[in-house]
Design a binder for this molecule. Structure first.
Ligand SMILES: [Zn+2]
Length: 104
């Protein structure tokens, strides 16, 4: 299916991730959101049933939480390799691997 926008260019099939239409596909101007976009927009498929939107939104929230958690764990794993703590005479000494620190 080849849909042209008002610019005369083929429009790519995109996926909406809005609360009202999570996962619903549409054709949109390939130049959007640039200022010279014709803002052409056309749904590719009919609206999903309300229950499907609720389920998809719930799954998206869970996925986002998991990826946030994964990013935090990766960050903490990296941080833990940069700092080395030693305890001596009642003091905490912190050594920082400058090369790793600069690469963050
Ligand atoms: Zn266009």
């Amino acid at each position: 299916m080849n849909v042209l926008c008002r610019c005369g260019k083929p429009t790519p099939l995109k996926v909406a991730w809005t609360t009202a239409n999570p996962g619903r596909r549409f054709f949109g101007c390939s130049l959007y959101p640039k200022a010279n976009s014709c803002r052409f927009f056309q749904w590719y498929e009919p609206p999903f049933p309300e229950q499907a939107n609720i389920v998809i939104s719930g799954l998206l929230k869970k996925t986002n939480k998991l990826s946030e958690r994964e990013r935090m764990l990766k960050f903490l794993a990296k941080v833990s390799t940069i700092f080395q703590f030693t305890f001596e005479s009642g003091f905490v000494h912190v050594q920082i691997d400058k090369q790793l620190f600069d690469s963050m």
